[in-house]
Design a protein around this ligand. Structure first.
Ligand code: ZN
Length: 247
């Protein structure tokens, strides 16, 4: 049977001197392995897959198991991302955040939508660290993590401007009124703007986000905060995170 689906290549391995087996995350959120014959040849028909992040229309045959790739057409080339090293590094981090949570044989359409949304935001020059934080916040539940930034874990206040710390004893934000030497054990100071943004990103629907433009400094602070939550609750480590730190 012939299929035609949009997707993003998420993995590739050499199969022979000239061919590779690639795995595509398709628009319906499934992982499809495909044989790409001639991939490694100089005049490869699949040259568009050689480098960078791209949304591609894949035409392939598949009955059961591995498919055979016939044709590729680029849908979104993400030129700015692929030509800007720092932005590409953030994009790689986002890809890793999303695909590490994929389970074999499970359909995760929302993962695909998050990946395309994040890439589109980066391409449109939203703040890279903030877009990465956004993707990480949306993925957090899939790693079993939690982030409680809506109300003070002690008094229940929802006055976001007063939130001052994130507590790993109370598993949530605490406000300046509740913070003291005792309640502050295992807590870290976090700027109220950062906590506000984290809450916004947690609740906003994907289709309502058209751009994320904040200062680089706040974007990085937000990403650091989310990474701290990941460290505490998930125990997953992302290789790309190391690269980001070298930028
Ligand atoms: Zn409080």
């Amino acid at each position: 049977m012939i299929f035609q689906q949009k997707g993003i290549m998420i993995r590739q391995t050499n199969y022979s001197e000239s061919s590779r087996i690639i795995t595509v995350l398709t628009e319906d959120g499934t992982q499809v392995p495909m044989m790409a014959r001639g991939f490694n040849k100089p005049k490869s028909p699949f040259i568009v897959l050689r480098q960078g992040l791209k949304e591609v229309l894949f035409t392939y045959n598949r009955f059961k198991g591995i498919g055979t790739l016939n044709e590729t057409d680029v849908v979104q080339p993400f030129k700015y991302i692929n030509n800007t090293f720092s932005v590409y590094t953030y994009a790689s981090y986002i890809v890793e955040l999303i695909i590490r949570a994929l389970e074999e044989d499970q359909q995760q359409e929302s993962f695909y939508r998050l990946l395309i949304k994040s890439a589109s935001l980066l391409e449109d020059k939203s703040t890279p660290a903030a877009v990465t934080a956004f993707a990480a916040i949306k993925m957090l539940p899939y790693y079993g993590g939690q982030m409680n930034v809506d109300e003070c874990a002690i008094c229940g206040s929802r006055d976001r401007s007063r939130f001052s710390h994130y507590s790993f004893s109370y598993h949530g934000v605490i406000c300046a009124g509740c913070f003291n030497e005792d309640t502050g054990v295992r807590s870290v100071p976090v700027k109220s703007q950062v906590l506000y943004l984290a809450g916004y990103m947690k609740h906003v629907a994907l289709h309502n986000v058209e751009s994320i433009n904040i200062t680089d400094e706040n974007g990085k602070a937000l990403l650091k905060f989310v990474e701290m939550i990941y460290d505490e609750y998930t125990g997953v480590f992302f290789k790309s995170r190391k690269l980001i730190e070298t930028l």
